[in-house]
Structure formats: structure tokens, C-alpha cells
Design a protein around this ligand. Structure first.
Ligand code: PRP
Ligand code: URA
Length: 209
């Protein structure tokens, strides 16, 4: 699918393997989520446009390239998406940060909204929605609905692990967005968890449960 980019960089794959392990503790898990996000963000921003600018070095005037085009907004889906924010901000420190609070109802697996605060003038920004897990795709699709309702029209979604079911559902709900993921796993289990996955990303980041 041309709207899906799966990263094959060896460092990303190696770090995701450590992330999955049951014995990886909360501190290391958080650090890995940030590092993997930074690597994926770096890879995914290869298409940013540049413009020629004139600068002066200590030696001479010269023309060189700097970023052009839209500014960025990063929007984590709470809670687990919070773990990815600094990975993006390390590379794009001027990005504005929005927050969308959603949790999955454990019975229906439907996303329930509890918070939404987004930067102004979203239509002027490239919006990066981040969440480590794309399972049924319900949370990501709902978050992107909110962003579009508030004017966002250039949206990317980045996750660390995706289920095929989530990719299909999100591509169907929002065929215009680009999906970036570190790995596409096998399937969802009967509780809506990704197999083999890494368990509950929010609990592993924040040490709950
Ligand atoms: C997890 C995850 C995603 C969602 C993915 O969050 O971080 O937001 O599930 O599932 P879906 O694709 O089926 O919607 P969860 O609902 O567990 O909330 P939390 O981040 O607060 O733990
Ligand atoms: N949310 C998670 O945190 N993990 C899964 O496997 C599915 C949804």
C-alpha cells in the first residue's frame, strides 16, 4: 500500500525487539520509545522541502539550504502517545504540541474521548499524530477526525507497532493520510491486543498495572 511506510532500518528493528521483551522495565521502555520515535521521525521527514537562503559564515557570504514550507504540530493520543512527543521535539523543537485524550472501552474496543486541545491555525501546519500502537485503528481514526474538524489537512500518523487490521481500518477511514510504522505484526487477539505486540503500551510507559 503506498500510503503505508514501514521502516526497515536495522536500529529501529533492534530497538523494537528490546521494547517487546517482557523483562524490559519502565525506564528502558520509555527511553526506547523516545529513541525509536526519533529515528522514525528522521526517516519520515526526508520529503520536507528546502529553500535557498543567503547566510554569512565567518569566512564569506554563501547561499545554502534551510527548511521551507509549513511549520509542524505533533499530536499525541493520550496516554501512550505522550511517550513519543520528545522523540519528535528533539528533531523539530519549534513544533506546537496538541493533545487528544482517548481510551478504548475494554468491552466494545470503541474509542472514548476525554480531552482535546489542539494548536490554533492547524490548517497552516503539517500535523504528526503519534501513538505507539495501531490495533483496531479506532483511536487513530477518531483522533484524525478531530484534527480534520479543526481544519488540519496535511496529516501523518506514526506508530511503533501496527496490526494489519488497524492499517486497513485507518486507510479506509482516512485514505488521504500517510501512515508510518516501525513494524506490522501478525494479528489482533480476541481482546483487541496486537500479537506478538508488546502488551499495553500506556501501562509499560507509565508503570501502571
Ligand atoms: C492504546 C493505544 C492506542 C489504542 C490503540 O491506548 O495507545 O491509543 O490503545 O487501540 P485501537 O487501535 O484499537 O484504538 P489505550 O486505549 O489502552 O489507552 P491508554 O493509552 O490511556 O493506555
Ligand atoms: N493498545 C495497546 O497498548 N496494546 C495493544 O496491543 C493494543 C492496543
Amino acid at each position: 500500500m503506498k500510503n503505508v511506510t514501514v521502516f526497515d532500518h536495522p536500529l529501529i528493528q533492534h530497538k523494537i525487539s528490546i521494547l517487546r521483551k517482557i523483562e524490559t522495565g519502565n525506564k528502558e521502555f520509555r527511553e526506547l520509545v523516545e529513541e525509536i520515535t526519533m529515528l522514525m521521525c528522521y526517516e519520515s521527514l526526508r520529503d520536507l522541502s528546502l529553500e535557498e537562503v543567503e547566510i554569512t559564515t565567518p569566512i564569506t557570504k554563501t547561499t545554502t539550504k534551510m527548511l521551507a514550507g509549513r511549520k509542524m504540530a505533533v499530536v499525541p493520543i493520550l496516554r501512550a502517545g505522550l511517550g513519543m512527543v520528545n522523540g519528535v521535539l528533539n528533531l523539530v523543537p519549534a513544533a506546537k504540541v496538541g493533545h487528544i485524550g482517548l481510551y478504548r472501552d475494554e468491552e466494545t474496543l470503541e474509542p472514548q474521548e476525554y480531552y482535546c486541545k489542539l494548536p490554533a491555525n492547524l490548517e497552516t501546519r503539517d500535523v504528526f499524530v503519534v501513538d505507539p500502537m495501531l490495533a483496531t485503528g479506532g483511536s487513530a481514526a477518531a483522533a484524525i477526525d478531530f484534527i480534520k474538524q479543526r481544519g488540519g489537512d496535511n496529516i501523518r500518523f506514526m506508530c511503533i507497532i501496527a496490526a494489519p487490521e488497524g492499517i486497513e481500518a485507518l486507510s479506509k477511514a482516512h485514505p488521504d493520510i500517510q501512515i508510518y510504522c516501525g513494524h506490522v505484526d501478525e494479528k489482533l487477539n480476541e481482546h483487541g491486543y496486537i500479537v506478538p505486540g508488546l502488551g499495553d503500551a500506556g501501562d509499560r510507559i507509565f508503570g501502571t498495572k
